[in-house]
Write a protein that binds this ligand. Structure first.
Ligand SMILES: [Zn+2]
Length: 123
């Protein structure tokens, strides 16, 4: 608990949310923390820029990671897609065949049943 507490060196307010809350306090982000009343606007702007830069670099890192991941996964993914496509076509063919087979089988059985019935009646 204690290690998460930080004290603002400008207004001596103790913040329980750690460094992140101290930054929010100094920048003056409303919501979770009370904005600092003592920090100079110069420091505030510096913190604001620092946080923005950090956010931008974080976004850049995430974007770069995505790019790397896409670069790495692009060739195998493409071949996997090709396999999936050919497999999908095969599966569709198989399904059609099966359906056709089943329809024929059921027609045949129905016919044979009718024939049997006919034969039974006439014979
Ligand atoms: Zn403060």
């Amino acid at each position: 608990m204690g290690r998460r507490k930080v004290q603002c060196k400008y207004c001596n307010r103790v913040l329980s949310g750690g460094v992140w809350h101290l930054k929010q306090h100094l920048v003056g982000i409303k919501g979770e923390v009370v904005p600092c009343s003592r920090v100079s606007s110069k420091v505030r702007i510096q913190f604001c820029q620092y946080m923005k830069e950090k956010e931008t670099s974080k976004v850049n890192i995430t974007r770069r990671r995505q790019e790397i991941r896409e670069e790495l996964s692009a060739p195998p993914r493409r071949s996997v897609d090709a396999i999936h496509l050919s497999r999908g076509r095969q599966t569709i063919d198989l399904d059609d065949d099966e359906e056709e087979h089943f329809r024929r089988a059921s027609q045949a059985s129905r016919r044979s049943f009718a024939e049997e019935d006919y034969l039974r009646r006439t014979g």
